[in-house]
Design a protein around this ligand. Structure first.
Ligand code: SF4
Ligand SMILES: [Zn+2]
Length: 343
């Protein structure tokens, strides 16, 4: 185990999972998203599971999803109860997005029996269902079962690659897999004609703002012929994570919204045929991506609009006095060896 893996594991040593009802889902709601180039209502389901198997071993340096996981096996009966509860709110949306704060294809989180039941029911009404998984669970036998259910309908798998750079992924993020593992999973899922969404992280630990912008854009360049969608996730500082540990010691700041706009603009130019989006959790807050307080709202609004329209003109009228401060930071941050974090 390398040092960052040990740190991530040690930070969870005294963590006590909350007492939660295993039959109750985390949440569900309806929101706008793109389906075949049109803005539609999408139904979002967040299931409660035992948690991401990787997080239970050590976990990624920025991920605090485990805070809401159960940390013990949930029975198939309870998982089905969770599904029945969310289906009471399902209004037949054509696009359904499933999250487990881990991997939907990991048998330890969701058994194949439950997975089949959920997908078979959703495919009756939805045209597209999207799930998330680490690459090691993207296996032929699992995909073949899903293909039998989906036939010609669209099934999408989201993989948290975070960066195409193996050094950053291993030593800054403790992600536990290589770029080649992602490429192998991408090849397997393409064989079944499934769609690939790739999550790319903005502002990993130990990187300056400028390095993080460059890394995100380089990543898009490397995956533009592999993925159908790039979904950027700016780091949101979550409890009991290494990011949180360093942030409390003033050694980390979430990314600027100016940087995100720059990344989105450049990415669309680099990969015009890839659907590029960005969901900013905790945006505008001190723990999420933010600029100065005055312009955050406007930026978040324009970034959401871009995610639906794919039109970089959405960013045309963005202005604020903090632009100069951000620009100065990009110019001098590397000279300060991290000491300029509060600029
Ligand atoms: S980011 Fe994904 S793989 Fe990493 S610990 Fe969180 S849920 Fe698991
Ligand atoms: Zn501002």
């Amino acid at each position: 185990m390398n040092q960052i893996a040990e740190l991530c594991r040690d930070l969870k040593k005294d963590f006590k999972p909350k007492i939660q009802n295993p039959a109750s889902p985390v949440s569900c709601w309806s929101e706008k998203d793109l389906l075949d180039g049109k803005v539609v209502d999408a139904f979002v389901i967040i299931f409660r599971t035992r948690g991401c198997s990787w997080a239970l071993r050590s976990g990624c340096s920025m991920c605090g999803y485990f805070n809401d996981s159960l940390w013990e096996k949930i029975s198939d009966e309870d998982m089905i109860r969770q599904f029945d509860t969310v289906m009471e709110k399902y209004a037949g949306e054509k696009f359904v997005k499933i999250f487990t704060s881990g991997s939907f294809l990991d048998e330890k989180e969701i058994s194949s029996k439950v997975r089949k039941k959920i997908l078979s029911r959703l495919v009756e009404t939805a045209d597209k269902v999207s799930v998330e998984s680490r690459p090691e669970y993207v296996k032929e036998e699992t995909l073949s079962e899903i293909k039998d259910i989906f036939q010609e309908k669209t099934f999408e798998i989201g993989i948290g690659l975070e960066t195409a750079n193996d050094h950053i992924r291993e030593h800054y993020l403790n992600k536990g897999f290589a770029f080649d593992d992602y490429k192998k999973a991408a090849k397997t899922l393409k064989k079944y004609n499934f769609k690939l969404k790739t999550y790319v992280l903005i502002k990993p630990l130990f990187m300056s703002e400028k390095e993080s912008i460059d890394d995100a854009i380089n990543t898009v360049e490397k995956i533009k012929n592999i993925t159908d969608t790039v979904s950027f996730n700016p780091t949101n500082i979550q409890r009991n994570t290494l990011v949180n540990y360093l942030w409390r010691r003033k050694q980390y700041r979430s990314s600027w919204l100016w940087s995100i706009v720059e990344i989105l603009r450049q990415s669309k130019k680099t990969a015009p045929n890839v659907y590029i989006k960005c969901d900013i959790s905790g945006g505008g807050g001190i723990r999420g991506a933010h600029n100065c307080k005055n312009c955050d709202h406007d930026f978040l609004d324009k970034i959401s609009k871009f995610s639906l329209s794919q039109d970089t003109k959405s960013f045309q009228n963005l202005k604020c006095e903090c632009h100069e401060k951000w620009q100065d930071l990009l110019d001098i941050e590397n000279l300060g060896f991290g000491s300029l974090i509060n600029i």
